[in-house]
Design a binder for this molecule. Sequence first.
Ligand code: GDP
Ligand code: MN
Length: 387
Amino acid sequence: MDLLEYQGKQLLARHGLKVSAGEAARTVEEAAQAAGRIGYPVVVKAQVLIGGRGKAGGVKLAADEAEVREHAGAILGMDIRGHVVRTLWVERASEIASEYYAAVLLDRSAKLPLVMFSSEGGVEVEQVAESHPERLVREHVDPLVGLSREQAARIAAAGGAAADVVEDVAEALLALYEVWTQEDATLAEINPLIVTPERAVRALDAKVSLDGNALYRHPENQALADRENEDEIERRAAEEGVQYVKLDGDIGILGNGAGLVMSTLDVVAQAGGSPANFLDAGGGSDAKKISQAVELILANPAVKAVLFNIFGGITRGDEVARGLIAAFRHIKPSVPFVVRLDGTNDVEGRRLLAEAELPNVHTARTMNEAAEAVVALAAGGGVGAAA
Ligand code: GDP
Ligand code: MN
């Protein structure tokens, strides 16, 4: 779960990182009011879940109310690489002497937390990593020991922090590490971490991702879920208790059991297709659940064909067939379906489907057969193997 910049900064502030005073605003009027309370100059910032806002014109300094209104008007509604700006963050503008980069993340291959720091912040960290890898310090932390003040100071100095702020940068790294561990974050990044002309160290931007599976341990963070920027179908799925993840392709997928769905994605890819989603209907899917799932899958306009891969164990094939029939009765989908039914009550399920004479529904007995059929259908072709 990714947080907007200002939500991330509020989280950082709770752990002692210094940030600028600011307020969120959703209209030009609110932005002007907020700026009046904060005091000029301010910076008006687009709140979207994507970086590079500065370059895209989504971060603007404003010296007075007229400028706030001008920038707020221009940024609200702006499309930053597919993300439409609905919220602004207005904060007291900072004077910047230096821009650093700091991050704590999970290094999955090393299975350890990784602290990264560079005195070349502001720009994209990938650039620094490429042109001057020696200027980006990367150090793992022993999770049992945690990040010590000594290690934090060593990282700060090695990454090129000015000598007079090494201690404060180390302090910021410790706070960032605390955010990462205590809030169950998978990423806590500050770019830029600035040094002001008065030599204060402050976070000017924040990119925080929280582990959605650990959210139950942080009821206070649940409200941060940005419903508005979240994928609409994923939000509906979460409300209905369905495991759904949107993907980039055009073949809708439904299976029962996460393992089966994962292998279905693989088999479809192997057959040359591209899955539009992951959807695990879970065990014991009844007609209502299947019907809901079909609606979710078809809510994605990219879907050109759908593959149902059901292996009946607890889930009974006849129940799935009834669900599918019920769903088709009120959705009347225009795209073809391929249903592979195997396991408990599969014969009964296939018989029900055949009797219902649903237009555009094909059945298949094996997973490979089903995958090939659905890929052909999505490409606009006919079905070979399936009948
Ligand atoms: P990003 O482009 O999405 O990473 O957005 P940032 O929040 O990092 O802002 C982009 C850049 O705008 C920063 O690297 C700063 O150089 C500049 N910037 C942001 N806030 C301020 C501010 O308060 N004062 C000044 N002078 N520059 C700022
Ligand atoms: Mn930034």
